[in-house]
Design a protein. Structure first.
Length: 613
């Protein structure tokens, strides 16, 4: 991916000052690349410190325990607990132009104090919104020098790491979120038998895409506790194992080449892995360890599995599938930068104060096909219409603050995809803070245009449609809705609802496909009304029904994981079905404390073609 010059406010080009990284492969770039990541994460340390002081000040004034929402934090007996700052600092993309970047140590942040004080016993690194983007996989190479110190056989040391304190044997965080590695080759060099190509961490949603990892070492990719996401268009060459993992939340692997490794494609314990298109060649696809709840799904029925099968379940795509497999459309955005424009060019200001609604609407109406956001937080007070001329809205990980009329639900959606077009509409790269919340949906779909939502992580309802007959794709999306009724202090007739009544995802008479779809805390997480829905890799947290399927809808889930911390909800079912059909392949329910989260698995009014596997 390449960005035009006007977007550089939120893109760090590592070859430019103050970093001046050498991309000729002659000079060691380790320290300047570490500094670039440090600079991107410094805002989180500053925000944590500011939030800690605010919480302690409120605690002293109030004279007792306080709670400002799950993300904003709480103070209990004088001790501060937070999982993230409420206000997200400006996010930047670390961009590597084509060339070779020589390193001799792990490329990662170096902070010791990037820790969110969460719960006793947790050591949570707040390593979120780390975005490493190359210009092209073929020509952008981060290469470990041959025979580098510390990468000897048995060391298990990563070349690129998204979590400094994690190791092969130590899991440390569930505070990472929407970390990405794209369009890059990672070369582990020669004589580095203890190397790990990438130690990856990303909670709820994250992505490694269009990446080659090659050389020698233990694993091409290591990811573990708290990591979910999409791994697509990846080659891993020359390692003992292509991938090592051990976490129960779903991850989807699509178009993965693992055939040229030594022992097996994947080494796993407690994994929840969905392989859509994966080439293992003559290698075993999986080497398994004894597990409590490992779940593995393959579209290729010819793969082989070795190791300990106890506690593991293997599933294959059915010979006569309930619904046909889906492929997410590729975004063929114009590479002519004359077709691109930033909302700032029309007067939008990401200062968290200025109403930028009119300016953003002008950008949408400009006739340009690619609309970018700049750096910071943009205030939007009314619904923004997206016309047929717009093919991509790239939020560039900017944040949005919602005006009051949207906040209380007087308007149906923040963005309205309102005009038909033969070309799909793509919305990408959005991860705001908890202030982005309210009784609204982010996207209203009022046309028959195909829509692709990619790499979006929000604390509000994500999507609904008012016109049937369209296709919608959810590619690595996270949405949760329950916090904000209390966190935002919203009152309707003096009543603060326990659960948000706005359903996070609603589908009405359309076709939908999800790849790593993560929905949390809705009373009903997803409504399938007369639609055809397939999800590969579905994660849910919260007390709500995973899917409610009505009016002749068809739902197919290929691996899911549902988790809930709390007591049983009366009259609650995992799936609700009315005159509809459902097929579920592989699932895991986790509750803490140990009790039944649901009263029943299926709440049905008939058994019409209901399929369970």
């Amino acid at each position: 991916m390449k960005y035009p010059i006007f977007s550089t406010s939120n893109v760090i080009d590592v070859t430019k000052p103050p970093y001046n990284a050498d991309n000729t492969g002659k000079t060691d770039c380790t320290k300047v690349l570490q500094q670039a990541i440090n600079d991107c994460l410094q805002g989180y340390i500053d925000a944590l410190c500011a939030m800690r002081e605010k919480l302690l000040e409120l605690y002293k004034k109030q004279g007792g325990n306080i709670y400002l929402g799950a993300e904003a934090g709480r103070v209990i007996d004088g001790k501060v607990y937070m999982t993230a700052p409420k206000e997200v600092p400006p996010v930047k993309i670390i961009y590597f132009p084509n060339g070779e970047y020589l390193v001799s140590d792990t490329v990662c942040y170096t902070f010791d104090d990037l820790v969110a004080p969460q719960l006793p016993g947790y050591d949570c690194e707040l390593c979120r919104n780390v975005h490493l983007l190359g210009e092209s996989k073929e020509k952008t190479v981060i290469r470990l020098a041959d025979h580098s110190k510390g990468f000897e056989k048995g060391t298990g040391k990563p070349v690129i790491s998204f979590n400094r304190k994690s190791t092969e044997d130590k899991e440390t965080t569930n505070c990472a979120q929407l970390n990405t590695l794209e369009d890059i080759t990672v070369d582990c060099g020669q004589g580095n038998e203890g190397a790990i190509g990438v130690l990856y961490a990303s909670s709820n949603c994250g992505r490694i895409e269009n990446v080659r990892i090659q050389g020698c070492g233990l694993y091409g990719i290591l990811y573990d506790y708290g990591s979910e996401g999409c791994f697509n268009d990846i080659e891993i060459i020359g390692f003992d194992y292509g991938i090592k993992t051990g976490h129960t939340s779903p991850c989807v692997f699509d178009n993965i080449e693992l055939s040229k490794n030594k022992i097996a494609g994947v080494l796993s314990k407690n994994g929840n892995l969905n392989f859509q298109k994966a080439n293992f060649g003559e290698l075993p696809a999986l080497q398994l360890k004894k597990s409590e709840n490992g779940r593995y799904y393959f579209t290729d029925r010819s793969v082989t599995v070795i190791g300990e099968m106890e506690g593991n379940s293997i599933y294959f795509e059915k010979e006569n599938p309930f619904l046909n497999s889906q492929s997410i459309p590729k975004n063929e955005r114009s590479q002519n930068f004359d077709d691109w424009v930033c909302v700032d060019a029309f007067g939008a200001i990401g200062d968290g104060k200025t109403d930028s609604t009119t300016a953003i609407q002008k950008a949408m109406n400009s006739g340009k096909s690619v609309i970018l956001f700049g750096q910071g937080t943009y205030v939007i007070n009314r619904t923004v219409k997206i016309p047929a001329s717009v093919q991509t809205v790239d939020f560039m990980y900017a944040s949005i603050q919602i005006g009051y009329s949207l906040l209380i639900g007087e308007m149906e959606g923040l963005f309205d995809i309102c005009e038909d077009s033969e070309k799909p509409f793509f919305a990408e790269h959005f991860s705001p803070g908890e202030d982005f919340s309210g009784f609204f949906r982010m996207f209203k779909h009022s046309s028959q245009r195909t829509v692709v939502l990619k790499d979006l992580g929000i604390a509000a309802s994500l999507y609904f449609n008012t016109v049937g007959g369209s296709d919608v794709y959810f590619d690595n999306c996270f949405t949760h809705t329950n916090h904000y009724a209390q966190d935002a202090g919203l009152h309707r007739d003096g009543y603060v609802p326990v659960f948000c009544k706005v359903i996070p995802v609603e589908l009405h008479s359309q076709k939908a496909y999800g790849r790593n779809l993560n929905i949390e805390r809705g009373e009903v997480e997803l409504l399938n009304d007369a639609s055809e829905l397939m999800i590969d890799g579905y994660k849910v947290e919260g007390p709500g029904e995973l899917v409610k399927t009505v009016n002749g809808g068809k739902t197919q889930l290929n691996l899911f994981n549902a988790a809930w911390w709390g007591n049983k909800i009366e009259d609650n079912a995992i799936f609700e079905i009315h005159n509809s059909e459902i097929d579920v392949t592989g699932g895991n329910i986790f509750c803490y404390p140990e009790n039944d989260r649901y009263c029943t698995a299926f709440l049905v009014d008939n058994d019409k073609n209901k399929r369970i596997s």
